[in-house]
Every structure is written in structure tokens, then in C-alpha cells.
Design a binder for this molecule. Structure first.
Ligand code: SF4
Ligand code: SF4
Length: 510
């Protein structure tokens, strides 16, 4: 009888590993696992494009407007909070990646000067501005064009550059998800860093391509014979598209949860581990001290306020006042153009000037009060507190997207029934429009307030932790400055979400 000596290639996982959950873990680790998740989303995206171009022009009766603007956004923020970056994981826009990679001119990286978050900040600003100005939510055809443009941009950038430049540097949805997946309870991590230190190929980032299949030994018997092996396909697995190196990952920033790294690692040394909610936010130096990363995070929180402001009645009064103050009405411009200029001013001030001015002022004041001007550069002082804008920002977005999601939750059913009937498929019967129903606005309003207050409380908690770490005995002075700014944002949020949220797209200038 031969005794079997098991020599595991890795140490036991330090915590819950989603990749080893029954069934789901197997699916996630499977070579075609991501494609299995992407395919239904690709079919949905194609359906939305089709209905957007050919279906009802009424927003409330078209899948292209109902699905992304009511359901997708609500589910995406919920997933970020409870699981992780599930949208990027199942993102259908990256399906043409393999084809694009074959076409790509090898060796060319995204230009160095653009390898930062400034383009993403610009695309986020543009998306939210044009969404408000052009009433994208009310135009199925426009929404279909946006989805089509996404596929085209993703494909072109994948083909032109070796890394996933679209996901990492351009995509506004991805940037939103990267930022708020900081609160998610799952993160890519290696099991044993000693294995990585000895790893020659670094396949997690380089990919696991080889000219022929490679047989790897997982267990060796007592006589030295291999008793368990697995084969690495010669077609291999791509490495990390956003160029994250698994042993160094401390954050979900830039991680699309594609799991290519886990599939490519020949030592099964990567897990999707559980962690505390928002764990990375309170750890020092997890994000680089860069203005682009700081202003992505800070700007998104303020965009949450500005975007919600575009839904409440006072925005129309303000736009009319701005149009009068700048003499726009006297220029003979069309109502739509005047609305665009006034709205652009609101966006530039609310999501540009105010965040820049207040955060620079807070960072400068905190340095002065804590006597750390010589020790900390302004950039470092500001970047150290950038994480405090994540929970409060997420609270704003949950309150906003949750409102749309809960008020329009069941409308998808009659809209889908009507779509089928229009194509002579009667399996779901006549559309049941009563499902749209009258939502309980009081309850939804209370839930919105709860989301905003919880976000604020979590931000305050983070602020005191960071202030204590940076300023020790002087922490109170540093804490109070940033807490004041958060409190102003809280009050603005509570006021905004207590307003009746209106539909837009009406003629407002006379
Ligand atoms: S994660 Fe795997 S492929 Fe990457 S360095 Fe570690 S052992 Fe090597
Ligand atoms: S390959 Fe990169 S982006 Fe994909 S899961 Fe791994 S670390 Fe995240």
C-alpha cells in the first residue's frame, strides 16, 4: 500500500474565497465562465439596441429606456455594495476583446500622458451632462446610439492598444464601478506571496500563452510520482487587461473582476476573498497620492448631488435665472441651447468649481491647523482624505438610483409584454399596465434619507480614522475641517432628496 503525501502548492486561503464556493466558484474559475455571464448581457444589449431603434418612441414603453435607466443602474449600485463589480464582470462591451486583440498592433501601449483618470473624469462629466441636457432617459433611439457607441469605442481601443485602455482610462461606467467597488466585500488577492516571489512567468499579468499544452503537477505521491495533474491549454488565458499585478493588489480600483488573473495563474494562487465592507478605504496608501484619482472620487460624490439636482423643480428656476443673468434669452438662441448653456454652468460650478475649491481649502486648512505644511504636500493631504468621499457619494447615488428603481420596478413587465406582442409572441399575454402602480413615495423618501445618512456616518467614521492616523494628538483640528465639509454635503443631499423629483424635457423658457 502506498501512502500518499499531499503537497499543496498553496497555503490554506486566509478567508472566504468566492472562487471555491459550490457551483458558483466552479463557474467563475471555468475558462468560459465570464463569457457565460456576458452572453445574456450581450443579448440584452442587442435587444435594447433593436427596440431603441425600432420600438415605441415613448420612453415608458421602450425596453431601451426602461432597462438601463431604471433597472440596470439600481441593480449595479446594489451589487457594488453587496458583492462587487458585477457589471464589469459581465460587461458585454468587452466580448469583442479577443477579436480586437488579434487585430491589435502588438506592443503599443496607451500613451503615457493619458495613463490616468482625467479622461474618465471628462467622460463621466460628459455622460451625466448630456444625459440631463438631451433627456437621454426619454429617448430610446438616443439610448440605443449610446450603447452602440460603447461597443464601438471599446472595440477600437482594444484593437489599438495592448492593454484594456477603454476599461481603465476611458469608460465612465467602469470608473464609477471602480470607485464604488471600494466598499465591496470581495477583492482579488493572492493566497501565498512566497509563491509569487518564486513565480517565473507572472502569468496573472502576462497571460498564460504557450506554444503547446503544458502539463502541471498538482500532487506528488510518496514515490515522487505525479498523482494529480492539470493541463494548461495552449491557447492560454489573457493576463490582467488593466495591468494589475495580483501580489500587489490592495484595492478594487481598476479591477473589472474578469478573473483572467485567477485563470491564468498556473499555481492556483489567486482568490476572490471576502473582506470587511470598505476595508480598503481605511488602509493607508492603498490609492496613489494622485490628483486624478482624488478628483475622480471627490468629483463623483459631487456629481451625485448635481445629477440629483437636475431632477428637482428648483433647477428650472435656477436655469431661468442664469439665462436672464447672462443675457442668453436675448441672444435669440433656441430653448434647448439656452437650457444646455445654463445646465453646463450648473454642472461646471457644482461638479467642478465647488469640489475643487472646497477640497483644496479643506486640505490647506487642515495642514495649517495641524502644523503639517512642511511634512505633507497639499496633494498628499488632499489624497489622504479622498476616500472619505466614497461612502457619502455612494449614499447619494443609492438614493438617486434607488428612487428610479423602486418607482419603476415593475414597469419592465408590461413593457416586455408589449414588446413580445408587437412581435406576435403572445406567451406572456396582454400588457398589465397596472403593474406600474402608484409607488409609496413616503417610504421611498425615507429610504433615500437613510441611504444618505448612513453614507455620511460612514464617511465621518473614516474621517476620524484617517485624521487620527495622520495627525495623532492634533487629530481634532484636521477632523473638524473635513467633517464640516461632509456635513454641508449631507444637508445639501437631504434637502435635494426631500424635493419632489420631476420628469424633465419640458419647455421651460418663455
Ligand atoms: S499570482 Fe500566480 S501568476 Fe501571478 S505572480 Fe503569483 S504565482 Fe505567479
Ligand atoms: S485580471 Fe485584473 S481586472 Fe481581472 S480580476 Fe484579475 S486583477 Fe481584476
Amino acid at each position: 500500500m502506498t501512502a500518499k503525501l499531499k503537497t499543496p502548492l498553496y497555503q490554506p486561503p486566509p478567508a472566504f474565497d468566492a472562487l471555491w464556493m459550490p457551483l458558483i466558484g466552479r463557474l467563475l474559475r471555468w475558462r468560459w465562465g465570464r463569457l457565460t455571464l456576458q452572453t445574456p448581457l450581450l443579448l440584452i444589449a442587442l435587444l435594447l439596441i433593436y427596440d431603441g431603434f425600432s420600438g415605441s418612441p415613448m420612453a415608458s414603453r421602450n425596453l431601451a429606456t426602461i432597462t438601463p435607466w431604471v433597472h440596470f443602474r439600481g441593480l449595479a449600485v446594489l451589487a457594488l455594495l453587496l458583492v462587487g463589480n458585477l457589471f464589469c464582470m459581465g460587461c458585454p462591451f468587452t466580448i469583442p476583446r479577443t477579436l480586437a486583440k488579434r487585430l491589435s498592433i502588438r506592443g503599443r501601449r496607451f500613451p503615457r500622458v493619458l495613463r490616468n483618470k482625467w479622461i474618465a473624469i471628462g467622460t463621466l462629466f460628459a455622460l451625466f451632462f448630456f444625459y440631463e441636457w438631451l433627456d437621454m432617459w426619454a429617448s430610446p433611439a438616443l439610448t440605443a446610439w449610446v450603447i452602440t457607441a460603447y461597443f464601438a469605442a471599446s472595440f477600437v481601443l482594444e484593437a489599438a492598444f495592448t492593454e484594456s485602455a477603454f476599461c481603465k482610462y476611458v469608460c465612465p461606467l467602469g470608473s464609477f464601478n471602480f470607485t464604488y467597488s471600494a466598499v465591496s466585500p470581495l477583492q482579488i488577492q493572492v493566497k501565498n506571496s512566497a509563491i509569487c516571489a518564486a513565480c517565473v512567468g507572472k502569468e496573472c499579468v502576462n497571460g498564460s500563452y504557450s506554444p503547446q499544452p503544458v502539463t502541471l503537477i498538482d500532487e506528488i505521491g510518496i514515490q515522487g510520482e505525479p498523482i494529480k495533474t492539470h493541463e494548461h491549454n495552449s491557447r492560454g488565458t489573457p493576463g490582467c487587461g488593466t495591468l494589475l499585478f495580483a501580489p500587489q493588489i490592495q484595492s478594487n480600483m481598476d479591477c473589472t473582476m474578469c478573473l483572467d488573473c485567477a485563470r491564468a495563474c498556473p499555481h492556483d494562487n489567486i482568490g476572490l476573498f471576502g473582506r470587511g465592507f470598505g476595508a480598503e478605504l481605511s488602509r493607508p496608501k492603498v490609492w496613489q497620492n494622485r490628483y486624478d484619482i482624488s478628483f475622480l472620487v471627490i468629483g463623483l460624490a459631487w456629481l451625485g448631488l448635481v445629477n440629483a439636482f437636475g431632477m428637482v423643480p428648483p433647477v428650472y428656476d435656477l436655469m431661468q435665472s442664469l439665462a436672464a443673468a447672462f443675457g442668453l434669452t436675448a441672444l435669440g438662441l433656441s430653448d434647448k441651447l439656452i437650457e444646455g448653456v445654463a445646465l453646463l454652468l450648473i454642472f461646471m460650478v457644482g461638479a467642478g468649481v465647488i469640489p475643487l475649491a472646497t477640497t483644496f481649502a479643506a486640505a490647506g486648512l487642515a495642514r495649517m491647523l495641524t502644523h503639517t505644511q512642511k511634512r505633507d504636500k497639499l496633494r498628499v493631504a488632499l489624497a489622504s482624505f479622498a476616500p472619505i468621499f466614497v461612502p457619502i457619494g455612494l449614499g447619494f447615488w443609492i438614493a438617486h438610483y434607488g428612487y428610479h428603481f423602486l418607482t419603476g420596478l415593475w414597469t419592465i413587465v408590461p413593457v416586455f409584454q408589449e414588446f413580445l406582442l408587437n412581435h406576435r409572441i403572445g406567451i406572456l399575454g396582454e400588457p398589465n399596465w397596472t403593474l406600474g402602480g402608484t409607488p409609496n413615495l413616503e417610504l421611498i423618501g425615507a429610504l433615500q434619507a437613510v441611504a444618505v445618512v448612513i453614507g455620511y456616518a460612514a464617511s465621518l467614521w473614516l474621517t476620524q480614522k484617517i485624521a487620527l492616523r495622520l495627525y495623532r494628538r492634533q487629530m481634532l483640528a484636521g477632523f473638524v475641517v473635513w467633517a464640516l465639509l461632509l456635513t454641508v454635503m449631507l444637508l445639501a443631499g437631504l434637502w435635494l432628496f426631500s424635493q419632489p423629483m420631476e420628469m424633465r424635457g419640458v419647455v421651460i423658457f418663455d
